[in-house]
Design a protein around this ligand. Structure first.
Ligand SMILES: [Zn+2]
Length: 276
């Protein structure tokens, strides 16, 4: 499932390749992923030039001329792939976009995703993206002070807080495992019990974990714009149940935390109820 490092990588590749290109044709195979009938969707985007591609959390924001936006969310997974003149197109895709230079972008979901067209005036009211929190990597506003202000007065578990896209956008159940390990924090630790030292460890854990994977082009089992896998494969504790903690040698456990699974070192990530 793509999270911030993969989406960041994809959006930067799309920006490099597609900026200045004009959409010449659109073929919608699965209308369900759109936010409007496919005829309206096509009319809104056709013959428009791409101005830039960015991301917010797990959403890719394609800005086109005349204040039009194409918003993509790959959901549980899927691929956005750019094909040159002679590359074979995938057998199945939900959407195909042809550009003025002859190249083709295909979007295919492995489960379900969203492809929304939005006018400038409607962007602030786009319910799925309007309330997204700040994207921690590449966003100079995500400072230590900002992070501390986000945590101020908050209650609930640290894992629940980090997974809520309205707080911080882009962290899912993949990278959160190593973020919490780096901070030496149990997923169920309550926000109101965190010391400033723990908050700082969490802040650093978020940036180190996401930046390391982004630098390597994202997860080794996800594909980039050129259909190439990322280079990140070495989790510290994530998905390493039964293996040894890289710090203390204790066996890593897989535990249930609410509706999600967590991988922890039970020695390094001790439960702290704030009463001790
Ligand atoms: Zn350990």
């Amino acid at each position: 499932m793509p999270e911030l490092p993969e989406i960041l990588n994809l959006s930067e590749q799309m920006d490099k390749e597609l900026r200045g290109k004009i959409i010449k044709s659109i073929r919608v195979v699965q209308e369900k992923c759109l936010n409007m009938p496919s005829d309206d969707f096509t009319r809104l985007l056709l013959d428009k030039r791409i101005e830039q591609v960015t991301c917010r959390g797990k959403w890719i924001f394609v800005e086109l001329e005349q204040g039009t936006w194409l918003l993509l969310n790959l959901g549980m997974g899927g691929n956005v792939i750019l094909h040159g003149g002679d590359n074979a197109l995938p057998e199945k895709c939900q959407l195909r976009i042809d550009f003025d230079d002859g190249r083709v972008l295909t979007i295919s979901f492995s489960w379900f995703g969203y492809v929304h067209a939005v006018s400038d005036g409607d962007l602030a009211g786009h319910s799925m993206t309007a309330k997204l929190g700040m994207t921690p990597v590449r966003d100079s506003g995500f400072t230590q002070e900002y992070f501390f202000s986000l945590l101020a007065g908050r209650r609930g578990s640290v894992k629940g807080f980090l997974l809520n896209q309205h707080n911080i956008a882009g962290i899912g159940n993949v990278y959160i495992q190593d973020i919490l390990f780096r901070a030496r924090m149990h997923p169920d630790q309550k926000l109101q019990t965190l010391t400033d030292i723990q908050k700082l460890a969490l802040y650093r854990g978020i940036l180190e974990t996401l930046e390391e994977s982004a630098r390597l082009g994202g997860l080794a089992y996800e594909k980039d714009l050129y259909n190439k896998p990322g280079g990140f494969r070495d989790f510290l504790v994530g998905y390493r149940e039964g293996q040894l903690c890289p710090v203390c040698g204790t066996t890593i456990q897989k535990i249930k935390t609410g509706s999600t699974s967590s991988y922890i070192c039970p020695n390094c990530q001790c439960w702290d109820d704030g009463k001790s």
